[in-house]
Design a protein around this ligand. Structure first.
Ligand code: ATP
Ligand code: MG
Length: 333
């Protein structure tokens, strides 16, 4: 069975962007693939995380994933730092990837901001760790949002260079699965910026834990333009905020933006935002309630994650042991 891998950082509360662009697409893959999903805490500390908050957010993220439909019996669900093979392979990949490749990564440029010299070295080599996450399992399909496409191309470059340098056919080519009309959900405050859980503005995103009133307020305040909605796609040209809201409703309703416009074209945003709020509240409220229920029993949650880590180790450790041997490290006992 084809192996799928994906991860999400416990760097904040999961957002509507994470849900529509990634998590929701992970759920059906549990039935058709060997699916491995990971809360990537090693990635999260590439920017500062308060230790207590990191622990809390790691559990919260695991609860969110289960509440969204991941079933720890149908997939392997675990926390990245529980499986040391990730860090170990990442080191080997640090020595395979070229600085010139990393210099082209747009996520580093976005996250480091103006003062690049002050960014952590971890943030710079983030893509090498991500490559290790996937290649430690010989996974070949990776469901992610649009923003991760460049990192997946780098993961393929690393695998190719490793195979070439050591004269082996060890790491397979991976294929990104970037799905649906909401592969890139944009910020509610700026239609040219992606929605992110680590954005300092809470108003820029819908969190999966937001209650009905908060969702209503955030959507009401979401940036729009003064024109009514067009009745065809071409009318969204140059209107990133309008396009984003239409895309969100389409994704939530499981339809296409053109169908949303056919139904709501000509409406002002006041009316459209009410429809959008209703759809979001109906969809997200049960997820928030289930998260709360799961977080009420942290022992059961931790136990499920520990079991997941054991299953993950059983796959990753032999693969990374083989990588060590290929590199020529003296066998350890
Ligand atoms: P951070 O701001 O800390 O980077 P994030 O919201 O970008 O958080 P990640 O943990 O980096 O979330 O990414 C988890 C998954 O969610 C990835 O597959 C990523 O592509 C996807 N994703 C993140 N933001 C969006 C978005 N706005 N639209 C669609 N998919 C997204
Ligand atoms: Mg991100």
């Amino acid at each position: 069975m084809t192996r799928v891998f994906s991860g999400i950082q416990p760097s904040g509360v999961p957002t509507l962007g994470n849900y529509l662009g990634a998590i929701r697409n992970w759920v059906p893959l549990q039935e058709t693939h060997e699916a491995i999903y990971c809360v990537v805490d090693l990635h999260a500390i590439t920017v500062w995380q308060d230790p207590k908050e990191l622990t809390r957010q790691t559990r919260e993220m695991a609860a969110a994933l289960i509440a969204c439909g991941l079933d720890p019996r149908r997939c392997i669900l675990f926390v990245q730092s529980h499986v040391r093979a990730h860090a170990e392979l990442a080191w080997i990949f640090n020595c395979v990837a070229r600085i010139g490749w990393l210099n082209r990564m747009t996520q580093f440029k976005d996250k480091a901001g103006k003062d690049r010299e002050a960014a952590s070295a971890g943030l710079y080599v983030y893509p090498n760790l991500m490559a290790a996450d996937i290649h430690a399992y010989h996974a070949t399909k990776v469901p992610v949002g649009e923003d991760q496409k460049q990192h997946l191309e780098l993961a393929n470059d690393i695998a190719q260079k490793f195979n070439h340098d050591y004269g082996v056919a060890f790491f397979p080519t991976i294929e990104p699965l970037i799905q649906g009309v909401a592969a890139r959900v944009m910020s509610l405050r700026d239609g040219t910026k992606k929605m992110s859980k680590s954005d300092p503005s809470d108003q820029s995103r819908i969190n999966l834990t937001d209650d009905a009133d908060t969702i209503a307020l955030k959507i009401r305040r979401a940036k729009t333009d003064p024109e009514p909605l067009p009745d065809h796609l071409a009318g969204l040209e140059g209107r990133p905020e309008a396009r984003n809201l239409v895309g969100i409703l389409a994704a939530i309703n499981g339809t296409l933006p053109e169908n949303v416009l056919r139904e709501h074209g000509g409406q002002g945003f006041g009316q459209f935002k009410n429809t959008l709020t209703e759809a979001l509240v109906a969809h997200l409220t049960p997820i928030a309630a289930e998260m709360k229920r799961l977080l009420d029993d942290p022992y059961a949650l931790d136990a499920a994650l520990h079991l997941g880590a054991e299953r993950a180790r059983a796959i990753a450790e032999p693969i990374v042991a083989k990588a060590r041997e290929i590199v020529g490290f003296l066998p350890a006992r």
